[in-house]
Design a protein around this ligand. Structure first.
Ligand code: ATP
Ligand code: MG
Length: 204
C-alpha cells in the first residue's frame, strides 16, 4: 500500500486540511496555556500581586474596557455601581480581570448573535463586594448547572461555535476567585439567561 503524499491532495481539500490543522493548533495551544496555569495554581506557584484596590474604580475601568471591545461586536454592556462608598478589596487586578473575561467570553460564545446584553452590577453585601455578571443567553439546564465549574465540563459540543473551547474557563475563574478568598456562583433560567456572582471580602 502506497503512502498518500501531500502533493496528491486536490487544492480545495488542501485548504480544508490546513484549516483543520490550524484550528487544532489553536486548541492545543489554549489547552497547554490553561493546563500550565492549573498546574501552577495547584502547586501554589502562581504569583499573585495583591494590592488594596478601590473596587468601584476597578470595575469602572474594567467595564469601560470591555464595553469598547464588545461595542465592536454589537454587544451591549451595561454597568451599574450600587455602592455608596468606593471600598477597598485585596485584589490582583490582572487575575480578577482574567476571571471576569472568562465569564464574559462565555456570554459572547453561547449568547444570541443579535441583541446580546451583558449586565454588570457592583454592590456591597455585608462585608463583601458583590459583582454580578448576567446575560440574556440560552441559560443552563438546572441539572447541568452544578457541574459548570468542574474542569473540562462542557454542556454540549454542538452549542459551541468556537472549536477552541477546552471546558476550563469557569474552573479557572473559580480558582482565581478562591485565591482571593472569594466565592463564585451561578444562577440560570433556561431561555432567559445566566447570572454569575463573584463575592470578594472587603479589605479590613
Ligand atoms: P473554554 O472556556 O475553555 O473556552 P467552555 O466555555 O466550554 O470552554 P467553561 O467556560 O468552563 O467552558 O463553561 C462550561 C460550560 O458551561 C460551557 O461549555 C457552556 O455549555 C456552559 N456555559 C458557561 N457559561 C454560559 C453562559 N453564559 N450561557 C450558557 N451556557 C454557559
Ligand atoms: Mg468558557
Amino acid at each position: 500500500m502506497s503512502r498518500p503524499s501531500y502533493g496528491d491532495v486536490p487544492p480545495e481539500n488542501k485548504d480544508k486540511y490546513l484549516q483543520i490543522i490550524h484550528r487544532n493548533i489553536i486548541y492545543v495551544n489554549r489547552l497547554i496555556d490553561d493546563l500550565f496555569l492549573f498546574s501552577k495554581l495547584d502547586m501554589q506557584k502562581l504569583n499573585f500581586q495583591f494590592a488594596s484596590v478601590p473596587i468601584g474604580a476597578f470595575m469602572a475601568d474594567l467595564t469601560e474596557e470591555f464595553r469598547l471591545e464588545l461595542e465592536e461586536r454589537q454587544v451591549r454592556l451595561e454597568y451599574t455601581d450600587m455602592t455608596e462608598k468606593d471600598l477597598p478589596v485585596r485584589l490582583d487586578g490582572k487575575r480578577m480581570h482574567q476571571a471576569i473575561r472568562n465569564i464574559i467570553s462565555n456570554a459572547l460564545k453561547y449568547g444570541p448573535e443579535e441583541s446580546l446584553v451583558i449586565r454588570a452590577v457592583l454592590s456591597i453585601q455585608g462585608d463583601s463586594a458583590c459583582i454580578e455578571l448576567s446575560d440574556n443567553g440560552p441559560g443552563i439546564p438546572a441539572d447541568k448547572l452544578p457541574h459548570i465549574f468542574e474542569r473540562f465540563y462542557r454542556i454540549d459540543n454542538e452549542r459551541t461555535k468556537d472549536l477552541a473551547s477546552t471546558g476550563l474557563g469557569l474552573a479557572i475563574a473559580r480558582e482565581l476567585v478562591e485565591v482571593h478568598r472569594g466565592k463564585i456562583t451561578a444562577a440560570s433560567e433556561e431561555g432567559k439567561g445566566t447570572c454569575f456572582t463573584i463575592t470578594l471580602p472587603l479589605a479590613g
